[in-house]
Design a binder for this molecule. Structure first.
Ligand SMILES: *[C@@H]1O[C@H](CO)[C@@H](O)[C@H](O)[C@H]1NC(C)=O
Ligand SMILES: *[C@@H]1O[C@H](CO)[C@@H](O)[C@H](O)[C@H]1NC(C)=O
Ligand SMILES: *[C@@H]1O[C@H](CO)[C@@H](O)[C@H](O)[C@H]1NC(C)=O
Length: 493
């Protein structure tokens, strides 16, 4: 099996080399668009005049054309109107950018060139068309087909907004031909459900353990082809997981070898996220009435760390009247999980996971915190310091008084066993492949659904209904300055 795989790798390496050195004869199919990422920038603002600025979409694709061969660009514009061209940036990396084997040895394959175009000053909610082009230096053009996407709502916009979230999907083959690393058998069902339902999805978050290439670089292309129908029409946002980042002595919080020597280089180059520094994969992004704070569990998140400061800033800086739905996302389970592994550790989460963060979730009233890493589905009650803050299971009215924690790591990789112990904060568990969908109807009503990948049907759900005054209301530890019982000024007035 290994020998067969090694031959395949060599074959791919030759194909790639041919693509890189040949002049102008590259077939169109070699330009594989692998994702579009949308993010409203932090500089998004609404001017007094009726134009909305700061609204961007990013398109990334790969090709065999370096900057000495052709100029890459995106031709785009409002659907049916004049299309303009924006130049794209070109990045690549080489074998020495990899931190170890197999990425540096048998897993290496020349990645070609990774191009990113920035489409700026989009009109909210408008439909845009785009295609990718390369202008060769002999004057000829290479084009892709035309794709389209809808620009995001403006921050705070009151309209139907639908978000899909899952982790740990990976890739797979219908014919079972991939003999190596073929443990992501749920992956095709998940991507098929999303593709079939694309018209009802506005944005996707894949929260870590993206493709499980684990140092076999060509597997990223396999993954990006699988998700192309999704990622070319709705924003495909990622978080960083152990299989993207971890490698000894490279600054990852964990010193294991889960990235197969990639040490984050592939994820950081192939996927644009609006992080200040993509090597530190934490960022915030807004979508209409949602604020998402995305943590990077492969870097330190504890109090005193750079990331903790970011997380607090992300949670604290949202205007909940305009963006009431505050969602925390991370790869490893920083909140609560009763999977066998975490239960045996006794922590019911990543060790040190919630020690420092729970006070932030409570203080800033995070509605839902969601994780991958554990390959199954689990939902908690609204919880704070291990105690359920509500007995309700289906319909939360007014304040949650805590945060609902959800594990949605059943995107595709082999399932993780639950513990026989089910703590009382754990109110729904499913040992199967699936994903989560959030639907915000308006500023007061949110629907949460868990769907199985095998049939796309809803197996668990709940609703939140409240208004802005309920978010302002104090709960345990959420307004320390207002809490007279613990105030240092108690008795002085
Ligand atoms: C939150 O706490 C308040 C005060 O204890 C309580 O009235 C309310 O029902 C709680 N919310 C939920 C959803 O249980
Ligand atoms: C849930 O379990 C915790 C910890 O064992 C306990 O303190 C709490 O009283 C329990 N709550 C309920 C409602 O059983
Ligand atoms: C994928 O879905 C089909 C039904 O549509 C089901 O029979 C199959 O078991 C699913 N595969 C996995 C790995 O869950």
């Amino acid at each position: 099996m290994r020998v067969f795989m090694a031959l395949l790798m060599v074959f791919w390496a030759l194909v790639s080399l041919e693509g890189v050195i040949s002049h102008g004869v590259q077939p169109l199919s070699r330009i594989a668009i692998h994702k579009t990422v949308f993010a409203i920038d932090n500089d998004a603002y609404i001017k007094a005049s009726p134009s909305v600025l700061g609204n961007k979409m990013t398109v990334t694709w790969t090709s065999g054309y370096g900057i000495s061969k052709a100029e890459p660009f995106v031709e785009w514009g409002p659907k049916g109107e004049e299309q303009k061209r924006s130049p794209a940036a070109t990045l690549t990396f080489n074998r020495n950018s990899m931190c170890g084997s197999p990425a540096r040895t048998v897993g290496w394959r020349d990645p070609g060139f990774i191009h990113t175009g920035f489409l700026k000053e989009l009109w909210p909610n408008s439909v845009y068309t785009y295609k990718l082009g390369h202008k060769l230096f002999d004057g000829t053009y290479i084009w892709t087909q035309t794709y389209q996407f809808k620009a995001s709502p403006y921050p705070g916009q009151n309209s139907l907004q639908r978000v899909v979230i899952f982790g740990d999907m990976g890739k797979d083959e219908y014919d079972g031909s991939n003999e190596y690393n073929n443990f992501q058998r749920g992956s095709l069902n998940t991507s098929k459900q999303l593709i079939n339902d694309l018209k009802n999805i506005d944005i996707v978050f894949h929260i870590g353990d993206i493709c499980y290439a684990n140092g076999y670089v060509s597997q990223w292309d396999q993954f990006t082809s699988q998700i192309e129908p999704i990622a070319s029409s709705v924003p495909y946002m990622i978080a960083s997981g152990n299989h993207e980042r971890d490698w000894p002595d490279t600054g990852s919080f964990y010193g294991n070898m889960d990235s197969g020597g990639e040490c984050g280089v592939l994820a950081e180059t192939m996927f644009f996220v609006p992080a200040e520094n993509r090597a530190k994969f934490w960022y915030s992004t807004d979508y209409g009435m949602f604020r998402f704070c995305i943590a990077d569990t492969e870097h330190d998140w504890r109090e005193g760390s750079e990331q903790y400061i970011f997380i607090e800033h992300c949670l604290a800086s949202v205007d909940r009247q305009k963006q009431p739905w505050l969602i925390f996302l991370a790869h490893r389970v920083l909140g609560y999980s009763s999977t066998a592994y975490y239960t045996n550790l006794g922590s019911f989460s990543e060790p040190m996971g919630r020690d420092d963060l729970q006070k932030l979730w409570q203080k800033y009233k995070v509605d839902i915190a969601m994780y991958g890493h554990v390959h199954s589905y689990e939902r908690t009650c609204p919880v704070y310091q291990n105690i359920c803050t509500s007995k309700e299971r289906k319909f939360y009215k007014r304040s949650l008084n805590g945060t609902i924690h959800v594990v949605a790591g059943g995107g595709g990789a082999s399932l993780s066993e639950f513990s026989t112990i089910q703590p009382n904060w754990s109110i729904y568990r499913d040992f199967d492949y699936g994903f989560v969908k959030l639907t915000a109807f308006d500023h007061s009503n949110l629907l949460f659904e868990y769907k199985k990948s095998r049939d796309g049907k809803v197996y668990d759900s709940f609703r939140i209904s409240r208004d802005y005054r309920d978010i302002l209301a104090c709960t345990v530890d959420s307004c320390p300055s207002m809490n007279m019982a613990s105030s240092p000024y108690r008795g002085r007035f």
